[in-house]
Structures are given as C-alpha cells and as structure tokens.
Design a protein around this ligand. Sequence first.
Ligand code: M6R
Length: 609
Amino acid sequence: MCGIVGYVGKRSAAEILLNGLEKLEYRGYDSAGIAVFTGSEINVKKEKGRLVNLVDALKENPLDGNTGIGHTRWATHGAPSVKNSHPHCSMTGKFAVVHNGIIENFEELRTNLKNKGYVFASETDTEVIPHLIDSCYKDNGGDFFKAVSQAIVQLEGSFALGILCQDEEDKIIAVRKDSPLIVGLGEGENYIASDIPAILSETRDVYLLSDLEIAVITKDSVKLFDLEGNPVSKEVFKVTFSENAAQKGGFEHFMLKEIHEQPEAAANTLRGRLDSSLKLHFAEMDSAVMGKIKKIHIVACGTAYHAGLVGKRAIEQLAKIPVSVELASEFRYNCPLIDEETLVIVISQSGETADTLASMRMAKSLNVPVLAITNVVGSTVSREADFVFYTYAGPEISVASTKAYTTQLVALFLFAIFAAESKKVVPQAEIDKVKTELLNIPEKLSQTLATEDAIKELSKKVFKEQNMYYLGRGLDFSTAMEGSLKLKEISYIHSEAFAGGELKHGPIALIENNTVVVAISSDGDLCAKMASNIKEVLSRGAFVIAFVNDATKATHEDCNEQIVVPTLLPLIAPLASIVPLQLFAYYVAKERGYDIDKPRNLAKSVTVE
Ligand code: M6R
C-alpha cells in the first residue's frame, strides 16, 4: 500500500525522503514522488515504477531544500503513471499533497471544484484534496491551518495526508483518518511517516496521531490540534524495536529472515503469559467478561483468517464455545447473529486492514465486545478494540506473512486456554497438556527449520510447475490453505487447497501424470484417511510431496518425497507443519527468480476495501 514520508529540518530533504521511502518499499507501490521546497518554491519530481527510477531522475535534476514530502503510490484510482503519482499539487502550485487511503466522495468534490474553475491533471481521487485546500485557503484569507481543517471535514473515506503550502516555507501539516500516520521527533528537525521503519534510522520518539488530529510541524516544533484549533496534548511513544529488526539482518529476503525469526517471535508471544509452572496470565481480558460469552466470531483476512480456522478448533475443543470464522470482507456485509453474549475476535497483523476494521466497527456499533489480536502496537485496531492482545512478533516486512501467522496461532491457543479456564468445561489435565506443549514451541519451531536444506533441493525439482494442489484433513486442511496461499502469492504458481475427503467430489479431475500434490498429514488419528486420499492421486500419476511427522510418516512411505517435522499434540501441530510449507513457497519462488518480498499486485497492508 502507499507510503508517506515527510521531513522538515536542516539537512537535504530529498535524501531523507528517499531513504524513508526505501524503507517503506515493502508496503508495495507502483510509482514514487517527492515535493521539496527549493528556495521559496515547491518543486515536484515523480517517476513510475521502482524508487530507483526516481533516484536516477533526481541525480540528473536534484531538488535541493530542507523541507519536503514523499510518497510511494499503489494505484487505486487511475493507472500507475507519472501524472497519477503523488505528490499532487493545486492548480496554482501553492499546495502539494501526499495521500494514503481513498476519498469516497471525490467525484462530487471534483464536480464542485471544476465548477469553481479548478482544472484536474490526473485521474486520481487524491487530486481533489490540494484543490479543495486551495479553495478553502482563499475562503479563509490565506490561513493554512484553517484551510486544511475546513477541507478535511468535507472528505469522506480514509486519508493520511502530508501537506506543503508555498506561503509557509518550513512547515508540514499532517492529518489522518482511518489510515496510519505518525510524527517523528528530532532535534531541530521533525518527520512524518505512514509507518515507523521509514524514520527509525532518524528517531525513536514518535507521536501516534489519532483520527482528525492535525499536526503542524516545523523544524523546531510539533504542535497538535483538534479540528477547531484547540491544542491537543499527547504522550511521546518510544519505539523499542531495533533498527536491525526492520532490516534484513543478513538474510537474502525479509521473508526468509522472518521465517527464521519464528522461534523467537513465538517465545515473545508466550513471554509473561504462560509460566513454567503452567500458570496462565491472560491480562488482556477479564475472565468475568469471558464467563458471559456463549458464541465467538473470528473475523480476519488472508493469512490471519487461516489462523482463525485453527483458533476455532482450539476454542471449541478446550472451551466448548461455538466459533464461526469469517472473512472480514464478507462479515461486514452479512447480517451476523450477534448479541452481548457474543465475542468478536479480529485478527490482523497490521491492525490496519480496511475490511477487518470495518467489521470491528460494525460489531462495536452493535455493542458486542471485541478482542483484537494484532502485531502492531498503536495500530487502529489496537486503539479501537475493547481488548487487545499483542503478538509481539516484531515488524513483519515481507508481504508474505509468516511469523505473524505462527504468533497468531500461539495467541489463539493462549486465548483458548484462557476461555477454557474461565468456562471449566474440560478437565484441567487436558488443558495442561496443551500448555506444556506450548512452552516447548520455540524449540520445536527451531527444529522445523532443520528441514530447510531438504526443501531447497526439493524446490529445484518442482519449481517449473504451473499448478500445485494442497491436501489435508482437519487442522491439516487449514495448514494446506495457508501453504497454498504462500505458494501462489510469491511464486505465481496456480495453487488450491482441498480437504482430503472432498477430492472425489470434483478436484480429483485435475490430477494427471506428474501433477504435484502437497499432502499434509500431522494427525495420527486421520493419517489412514489421508493415506487413502494420497493413494487416489498417486494412482492417477500425481507426484506427491508429503509433509509428515514421526507419528504419520510410516503410513505415507509410498509418497514420492517426504519432509518430516517434529511431532506435536494434534491441536498444536499446525505450528510445526506450516514452517516447511513457508520454506517451500520461498525456495520455489526463489528458483523462479521472483521479487519475493514484493510480489506483484500485492501490498503488505490492505488499507482500502
Ligand atoms: O495485516 P493483516 O493481518 O490484517 O493482513 C491480512 C492479509 O492481507 C494478509 O494476511 C495477506 O493475506 C498476506 N499477504 C498473506 O501472506
């Protein structure tokens, strides 16, 4: 998704903006641009494609100045092109604006502005903003702050904005609504950014802006106001994760680094929540609230949704509470049967996913308690939910989610234990078995990484395939879905996941000689059934790669390839089963030579519907 950086200070703004935009490349983009005060004029440079194109263009025609805003755009309204990229300027060039989000009423605003004589240069929704500010500026006798505050109340939709005004040389105004934006605090210099990594090399002190708070930023001060211009005070948020944590740390790709970080990330999720004497400290929610809950909806998108599917099993098995798992993009438009005895759990790594946010807000409007499981401290989801469980996985930069998924699973297992101990409907011994297994998870995850070399070799055999099918039963079906999503998003190989028992109901028609089938079998009780499904595809010529453990491997010796992971309690097994599938997707994509951390058409954080 789009990225924003802004700088006001004494150093070269262009250099800092480009540096920050580079750190935001992981968010996905198709063009980039900056606007810098060169003397008393705002000058803009924009290029289509990768940031390096902009860097090259600026080498030829530098923009020298100490105040500027920059943007990487991921196209929504209007194709990727120079004219549609940001910053966008008002007709007179007085205002330059970078924008993340979508302006839903842009057509109506554009018509009004055209009637006032404004001429539009792009197809974007964003361009209404500089023209609208310009119009409000005229109406308010040239008051920059009033112009912005009057303009933004006319905008429907979501926005994070960085704004320059030609008449106020060393100033940026920043404001957000439903799209993340922070202000970084320095000495004699200040910053704005849509995400912390963009400015982490410059400062660790930030303000997390709330909706419709307006920041007026100069090199010596950052002042926050509400829409009426009343001062707002805010605590400085100290970023604690290391800069290295936002970098590749010696790995070729963020995705590989993040796969390897899973043991530590899971340990961080568990830390302080489950102690060695098996006592659970689930401080995120009150067990009196939990005691009243009779039904749970888990709502999420993509990988987080797949985590929810595993969470359902854990909660139903341990706490006997019925759980439905729903895609946020569907949930928000359905008519879910929810009441005050229902708990909605939203899961979102970024805490900014538009559909998940909308679902959360819908639930809240119906007075239903919401628990958010998220990785990003200070994210919108974390600020609006009633209860927040942070996974503490550290920043996840790769678009393909890996450590976010495993830590979401750990979070859901901990929640299931919390619900179980509040409800007391299953014997404590059963719960304690799960707790004991969870305490060993960091070590077991390390063991799963030992499959890496074998997977690297295996991927060389299959990377040229055009289709691969994933099979699993029970929780292995959820793992199959997640493994299949990983493969398709970074290797662009067509892939689908099927429940083993569904094969005969249609999918088996796809199997022909040498079709690659990835079979996941981690549950000793289900492996005989899986063995039958595997035989069905083997006998039709499939090349079967089985991901098994010590409890199931003997049953699947007829497969073409076997990858063995540590054996865990069946309920927890998805934690071990997914790691080799992440590695498999990674090495297949690497063999195919793709841009693994920035897969085509995808964005890390989907902040528009
Ligand atoms: O930030 P979120 O967890 O809300 O993101 C949800 C999905 O967009 C995300 O999991 C996506 O499916 C990943 N790219 C998958 O690897």
